[in-house]
Each structure stands twice: as structure tokens, then as C-alpha cells.
Design a protein around this ligand. Structure first.
Ligand SMILES: *Cc1c(COP(=O)(O)O)cnc(C)c1O
Length: 225
């Protein structure tokens, strides 16, 4: 077993333990947040069976996509998206842009997707703990914004929500931010929302307890290997 496999196996066991205890029918997708990993490391992870990778910077994603072109990988964009990088990102055909954090950004992506005759999947990022330093729509406006995106962006396919848990050691506050996000996701399921992307290396077990079906795991997979 390679060090990657051993590491990944341990993480999968932890995910499985919480999943079985909270909701055994839930399928949980893992997106490996690969900002700490170079192309060779991603290739090694692919060998362990991982297909979905998430990048924070468009330029980094572009370089990795080019080097790893021979593999059937699925790329997710999870970082802050500047308007002047949207075209470059769309050309990489990401499975999901998870960090769509405003109606304005959605409309910018839509405009460029229309020009390229592409249909782009997105998640609406929610600032679930209302932190000044974080991107995302205010929880109180999330449902309305999602519906506005659906109505005004024909070249986008909104597929759910994404959030980063509250930045604190206070488990109650983190749980609250996940519960807030899940409540929004529940309201949007009748609008076609499929993914509730929440949970990172330090809080994924809590996120699963709160209903997450998509984890974005970085350091726990890539560091210390
Ligand atoms: C880096 C990153 C992750 C993964 O973070 P870890 O704590 O390393 O697991 C998840 N989501 C986003 C948006 C990130 O930037």
C-alpha cells in the first residue's frame, strides 16, 4: 500500500463511520482539494481511485489540467473567481464552479458561457457564519439569489450550495453554520439542488452529521504523506 492509499483509507473509514451512524443511505462525494498537491501527487491520488479534484486558482488549474490531460479527471473550482479569469476557467470545462458567490458573478459567468455555447454547473457559495472575511451570499438572501440565478442565467445549471464552516474552534458555531447551509439546501431541493458541499479536513465529520453530501478535503489527504 502506498502512503497515499494508507492515508486515504483512514480518512474513508472515518467518513464511513459517521455516514453509517447518521444516514447510511447518504452517498457522499469527495472532492480532493489539491491546492497543496503538484501534478505528480494528483496522479498518485488518481491511482488510489480518486477522480474529483478542486483547485483554488484558475492559473494552477490550467497548468494541472494540461499536464494531467491523459487522465479522466473531474475538476471543480473552489476559490475566489475574478471576472477576468472566467473565460480561462470555462475553457477548462470544470464539472462545477462551487464558489459562485453572488448574482453578479453568476451573470458574468452566464454571459461568457453563452458566448462559448456552454452550459456550466455551479454551486451557490453561502457565507453561513456571516464572516466579513469570507465570500458568499448572506444566508437570508441565499434562496432568493439562487432563484434569480435560475431565472436569469440560462447557460448556468445551479446544482446546490457550498459553504466553508465557521472559522473558530467553537464546535457549536461550526455546527450552526452547517445547519444554516443545510436548511437552505433543503428549501432548494425542489428547485433541483443536488449537492450540499460542506466539510473540510478539520470539520468533515460534523459536516456529514449536518447533512453534507460533498466534502472538500485538502490537507488531511495531501499533507504529511
Ligand atoms: C483549501 C480548501 C479546502 C480544503 O481545506 P483543508 O482544510 O485543507 O481540507 C476546501 N475548500 C476550500 C474552498 C478550500 O480553499
Amino acid at each position: 500500500m502506498t502512503p497515499y492509499e494508507k492515508n486515504f483509507d483512514e480518512v474513508l473509514s472515518r467518513i464511513e463511520a459517521v455516514r453509517l451512524r447518521t444516514n447510511e443511505h447518504q452517498i457522499i462525494k469527495i472532492v480532493a482539494a489539491s491546492k497543496y498537491a503538484d501534478a505528480d501527487t494528483i496522479r498518485a491520488f488518481y491511482e488510489t481511485g480518486q477522480r474529483a479534484f478542486g483547485e483554488n486558482r484558475v492559473q494552477d488549474m490550467k497548468e494541472k489540467v494540461a499536464v494531467l490531460e491523459d487522465l479522466p479527471l473531474e475538476w471543480h473550482f473552489i476559490g475566489r473567481l475574478q471576472t477576468n479569469k472566467i473565460n480561462m476557467l470555462l475553457d477548462l470545462d470544470p464539472e462545477l464552479i462551487q464558489s459562485c458567490d453572488s448574482l453578479k458573478l453568476a451573470q458574468e459567468i452566464d454571459k461568457r458561457a453563452a458566448a462559448k455555447k456552454k452550459q456550466q454547473g455551479i454551486l451557490l457559495q453561502i457565507n453561513s457564519a456571516r464572516e466579513a472575511t469570507k465570500a458568499g451570499v448572506d444566508p437570508d438572501e441565499a434562496v432568493e439569489t439562487y432563484l434569480q440565478i435560475k431565472a436569469s442565467c440560462p447557460n448556468l445549471t445551479p446544482k446546490g450550495v457550498m459553504t466553508i464552516g465557521a472559522h473558530t474552534d467553537d464546535e457549536k458555531a461550526i455546527r450552526k453554520s452547517f445547519e444554516t447551509t443545510y436548511a437552505i439546501f433543503e428549501q432548494l431541493q425542489k428547485e433541483g439542488a443536488k449537492y450540499c458541499s460542506m466539510g473540510m479536513s478539520n470539520d468533515f465529520e460534523l459536516a456529514i452529521e449536518c447533512g453534507s453530501n460533498m466534502l472538500r478535503l485538502g490537507s488531511i489527504l495531501f499533507k504529511g504523506v
